[in-house]
Design a protein around this ligand. Structure first.
Ligand code: SER
Length: 318
């Protein structure tokens, strides 16, 4: 029987991953871990158990894992790329000291661990087009540095201690339940909210900046199917390139305009976000994930746009 703990369950990915895991594995088998001040509310709170877990407090992880007899941990605690630049020490603490705590508990209690990596683990020296699975990873952002370290430390715990660690390098994740907080790819979420509210969108990236992106249902599917995959078929572990689409601000603007012809966008480039985006891939090659665990995304830019607009109109009463 699977017993799953999600650390960071009230964040952008966590809030939807908990609900999807509860649908697939049963409500009582999926425990929503949260930190003080970020308690689950609404459906997330009502649909199953939750527990206070702080990655910086190993005891709290241990208590939850022991108490609920957890065998699988999704460790989603992290600071996103832009916010990490304003507090690099905290980004390292949460991302790496926190991960160390999670991995130690996993080693002692025999848990599988999923900790996401990111397109942010690449840097200016990485080939930008069809970025290979195994290539140069020399990021210059603290976010990227924590993600490369996450990959290495997770592999270390697998080879040295046999902990079942697995991970994907997520691209920008587009969703309509919980907002992302402080990432470079957030614009691709914010643009839909502006369009539905009838506001002009102020884009922080240049019109021709390509970045990999993915709609949340595909991201959830990636996180769940990788942990379900037959381990004997995995040549890689930490971490797999996964992508669903690659587009520029101009391309997403045009996709939305097909449905909302009056929608307007202007550019006010944010130098920090632009520099980060320019250091990330234009498009990743995710053939290893496709081969090793049958990764296949369902949504492209147009089908995601239809669904995002429909969901946000209902959510915002527009
Ligand atoms: N969405 C993340 C960010 O923009 C990238 O993984 O920081």
């Amino acid at each position: 029987m699977k017993k799953i703990l999600i650390i960071g369950s009230t964040g952008q990915i966590g809030s939807e991953l908990v609900m999807e895991l509860r649908r697939r594995f049963g409500s009582t088998n999926v425990i929503a871990g949260y930190i003080a001040g970020k308690e689950p509310t609404g459906e997330l709170e009502k649909s199953g158990p939750s527990v206070e877990v702080d990655v910086l407090n190993r005891n709290s992880i241990e208590k939850a894992v022991e108490g609920y007899q957890i065998d699988t941990i999704y460790n989603l605690a992290a600071l996103l790329s832009v916010v990490a630049e304003s507090n690099p020490a905290l980004a390292w603490k949460v991302g790496i000291d926190g991960l160390w705590n999670v991995l130690e508990v996993a080693r002692n209690y025999n848990c599988a661990v999923f900790t996401p990596s990111s397109i942010g683990s690449f840097g200016v020296d990485t080939p930008h087009d069809m970025t290979p699975q195994d290539t140069i990873q020399r990021p210059r952002t603290m976010y990227g540095i924590t993600k490369v370290t996450t990959e290495l430390l997770s592999d270390y715990y697998h080879t040295k201690y046999g902990v079942d660690t697995r991970s994907v390098r997520f691209p920008g994740i587009i969703s309509n339940v919980t907002l992302p907080g402080g990432g470079t790819t957030d614009y691709a979420v914010d643009i839909y909210y502006a369009a539905v509210k009838g506001e002009t969108f102020v884009c922080p990236l240049k019109s021709d900046t390509f970045l990999d992106m993915m709609y949340m249902p595909d991201a959830l599917n990636a996180a769940i199917s990788l942990l379900e995959a037959d381990p004997s078929l995995l040549k890689h572990r930490n971490s797999f390139n996964v992508t669903a689409m690659s587009f520029t601000p101009e391309m997403i603007y045009k996709a939305i305009k097909k449905h909302i012809p009056d929608f307007e966008m202007i550019y006010e480039v944010d130098p920090l976000k632009q520099a980060i985006a320019d250091s990330w891939p234009n498009s990743m090659d995710d053939s290893c994930a496709r081969k090793e665990w049958n990764w296949i995304p369902k949504y492209d830019l147009d089908s995601m746009t239809v669904d995002m607009l429909e969901k946000l109109r209902a959510k915002l009463n527009k």
